[in-house]
Design a protein around this ligand. Sequence first.
Ligand code: AHR
Length: 666
Amino acid sequence: MKHLIAISAALTIIFPGVLHSEDAAKPLPKLELDLTKPGAKVSPMLYGLMTEEINHSYDGGIYAELIQNRIFKDDPKAPAHWSVVQHGDSSAAITLDDSEPINAVLKTCLKLDAKAEAGVANDGFWGISVKPDTTYRASFYAKSNGALSPLTVSIESNDGAKIFAKAQTQNITSEWQRYEITLTTGKDAQPSANNRFVITTSGAGTYWFNLVSLFPPTFNNRSNGNRVDIMQLLADMKPKFLRLPGGNFLEGDWFHSRFDWKKTLGPLEQRPGHPGCWGYRASDGMGLLEFLEWCEDLKMEPLLAVFAGYTLKGDYVSRGPLLQPFVDEALEEIEYVIGDTSTKWGAQRAKDGHPAPFKLTYVEIGNEDGFDESGSYEGRFVQFYDAIKAKYPQLQLISTIGGRDTLGRKFAMKERTPDAIDEHYYRNAWAFEEDAMHYDDYDRKGPKIFVGEWASHETSFPPWDQRSKVLAPTPNMLAALGDAAWMTGMERNSDIVVMNCSAPLFVNVNHGAYQWRPNLIGYDALNSYGSPSYYAQVMFGQYLGDTIVPIAAQNVPTQPQEKPGLKEVPSLFFVATRADTSGTIFLKIVNTAPVAQPVQVELKGAKQVAREGTTIALSAAKLEDTNSIQEPTKIVPVKSKANDFARTFTHTLAPYSINVLQISAK
Ligand code: AHR
């Protein structure tokens, strides 16, 4: 794999702005694809998704629930996101009430004291989406000591002026009872998000409510399912796996707020939710089974990360008997995923509605344990590794440390050799371009590499810096070019980089909803969009062969990096793969220069090359150009027919562009 790319030693240094495609004096950049010497196989799991509860990724994100704070635990002092709707001069008040528990989980409820007809309203996750001709499923627990008459349930504009859908329950009683009702909007309803969900009484009395839920139609019509638009964006990426449930969300700030998967199973009535690590509570409506069904819906494998005895605030349990309960918990979790129904946890999965086991190849032990300054990870890893391998020898186990860090230092796990190592890279775009050859000379004898989190940002400060919060939630074209340059390196080396997924995946773009930027996919209550980086990943995931094609490159111009002190880097990045059965070649070329670049392509060893082919290009006039919730498709891939492919041909790349050339060759 070493020197798969040979960039000419006699590089011409050409600076942005003075690189002219018409400059005949300069030899064209040339890419020679050697079809006579097929390279390594492309990893079948190369592109996947990373998920975690950050930026309202689940609650207020892909998880389709529209009610925020449905079990009133978000704020112990006040009914956050709930308000009273007064009718006329009537007076009414809402409070949290712990004196009427439904069960051990649904302890706190919402109490409405009404002197006359009144309502309780929820403002949703920065609004409630209304779409025309759409049926919503509302459900809630209620009881009353007042009039035992029906409640009216509605979706209406925030000022109450427009009622989009309305229905009545049967008479409520003085005992807790669950009510379920459908609400259908009219064909003429204008799509909007400035709306609220309201439950209105028909008279005076005291009323109690709990587990108030409202779902729009979901992907594959799953109850407790996912948003259709966001799932479709993911489906278009053709992901092969989902790394779940995090990230930091796996670890939690403390032991009690880790992702405690057993508390995320079964009916919503049994799910207490837990404090997340990004400043808001997780409802855990997106529980372990929902993650697995998300995988099933998109035909991808779960990549299960198990809690490994270390939390974000630095608490940890060293190797030994105190760690064993967490090891046992991980074994049970794996059994929940892959055990048949004769096992305890396989039977639980069947009881929860999914008798068939899921496919599972990779289990990751912990998350970013390099931050554990106690140095306890190796011991913890050994204890998990031995127990999991003893019971499930077929599983591939991923360590969160080892390998080579960003400074090029090597860390070895001495006691056990992990099957793969999870490396994370959050860098600015020009650093990714500079290091796009990172894996070209990587040690092939050690564990495989899983790049479990990576993403380009456009700033000199990192994504978690406070200054990020005032910037756009999703990245611009500069970042997409950095991402694409980095992906050429991972794809070219996918014999060793067997999987990768960028992070974070999601962001709710409303002010106050996000803690991190940039993120791949943005949304509000109503709409969603992909960033240029998202489209770069769609292109890389969709156009992928089975075998890597070696490329020798000549005359590739370089350009100085924008960040002072960094070296000059090539202005073109590339990788080619070939489909084994059809022979189709997917040549990806990233042009990071501000000018068009003609590139000569030679297909060495091709007997026949079809003139007609396809090109897919993502480009922007300026590096700052981007997509947003207001302009969701400003930058999208454009597919065109090519009719000039041959054994040797010249193709001109647009300035600032990411390109796929799909070539039929024998
Ligand atoms: O993706 C955001 C966070 O970055 C992840 O939760 C964590 O693993 C990493 O530090």
